[in-house]
Design a protein around this ligand. Structure first.
Ligand code: GDP
Ligand code: MG
Length: 162
């Protein structure tokens, strides 16, 4: 394993879809610890002959905790465990306040962050990528999990930072 990639982002941006697209069928289940549910959050992806671990932080959930606590924990785990963090946002919804909160938290870490704009399913949605420059995480990369677009370009950027 050459390094670890963590997927972070608010619910519904497509983390699990991208995770599954990256890892194919090779999913693994890890154990639960008290108050924390972990389901199929670790997988592996091969890119340019190298193997990488992928973490879907959205699969790590806290019971009976406010959403803000849960997402903060997910981001903290990404910062702790990953060599490169991929923050996912949605071209269909644009920038929302939870995106800004997550981006701020990531900026405070020293880990490299790649910003991926998911749901950029067509040319007009790909045009919505530019507004994400305001998150201050560099060049947004348009991708589409359901159409499997842009994943190679995303991995190219990720492995540059490993
Ligand atoms: P998560 O909560 O971040 O893990 O998001 P999911 O992977 O569960 O996806 C949330 C919803 O967005 C699902 O209905 C997906 O089918 C949908 N979705 C994921 N990727 C795309 C995409 O590239 N384009 C579109 N249009 N929908 C997507
Ligand atoms: Mg999910």
């Amino acid at each position: 394993i050459r390094g670890t990639i963590a997927l972070v982002g608010r619910p519904n941006v497509g983390k699990s879809t991208i995770f599954n697209a990256l890892i194919g069928e090779r999913k693994s289940i890890v154990e639960d610890s008290p108050g924390v549910t972990r389901d199929r959050i670790y997988g592996e992806v091969e890119w340019l002959t190298q193997q990488y671990r992928v973490i879907d932080t959205g699969g790590i959930q806290l019971e009976n905790q406010p959403f803000s606590e849960e997402i903060n924990m997910q981001v903290d785990i990404a910062i702790e465990e990953a060599d490169v963090i991929v923050m996912l946002v949605s071209a269909r919804e644009g920038v929302v306040s939870d995106d800004i909160a997550i981006a701020r938290r990531l900026q405070k870490s020293k880990k490299p962050v790649i910003l991926a704009v998911n749901k950029a399913d067509n040319e007009s949605l790909r045009m919505n990528t530019y507004e994400f420059y305001e998150l201050g995480l560099g060049d947004p990369i348009p991708i589409s999990g359901t159409h499997r677009l842009g994943l190679g370009d995303l991995l190219d950027e990720v492995v540059k930072d490993m």
